[in-house]
Ligand binder design. Structure first.
Ligand code: ROI
Length: 163
């Protein structure tokens, strides 16, 4: 029998405008409700200091999903969910109501004009690696060939606190 959800993907969630926690919880609900996406794991949510220009603290988390969608089709679904929450891409690296980043897709390395997987900056970002290590510590970064837990331990993530 054909597997209904043959691919595994990791997605980072972030918000620092509006009711960020409620936004992230409803974004997870939207993913779960999607007929071609199954939410398998959800991390705790964390309060994190902004990387980039001065702006409010973020709430960040990660989920692991299984899906029959291709990586690009999954990206389109993530963008559609961002739109529901009124994300406007006004300022580069500026505040946002909802950011959904496709981090990992199976063991794939994807370099497409619209999508780079693994996410190019994920290995430097505590706000990504701390929640991801909570739910997928043994997933190997397909380029660095190191497990997520190792990458997280290499960073100083002392200030990243679960809510
Ligand atoms: N900083 C934090 N802490 N969390 C984010 O999700 C986040 N997202 C971004 C930038 C602006 C790089 N900074 C962030 O896109």
């Amino acid at each position: 029998m054909r597997q209904p959800h043959p691919h595994r993907a990791a997605i980072a969630l972030g918000s620092n405008l509006g009711d960020s926690l409620a936004t992230l919880v409803s974004a997870c609900d939207r993913l779960q409700a999607h007929p071609q996406i199954a939410l398998k794991q959800r991390s705790s949510f964390y309060r994190t200091k902004p990387i980039g220009p001065p702006q409010p603290d973020y709430i960040n988390g990660c989920v692991v999903v299984e899906t029959e969608l291709t990586a690009i089709a999954l990206l389109d679904e993530l963008l559609a969910i961002e739109q529901v929450f009124g994300r406007e891409r006004l300022e580069h690296w500026g505040p946002r109501t909802l950011d959904l980043d496709l981090l990992l897709y199976d063991n794939a390395i994807i370099n497409h004009p619209r999508l780079h997987v693994p996410h190019p900056r994920m290995a430097e970002r505590g706000f990504v690696l701390v929640p991801l290590a909570e739910i997928a510590p043994t997933w190997r970064h397909p380029i660095l060939q190191r497990p997520i837990a190792d990458l997280q331990q290499a960073l100083n993530c002392a200030e990243i606190k679960a809510l």
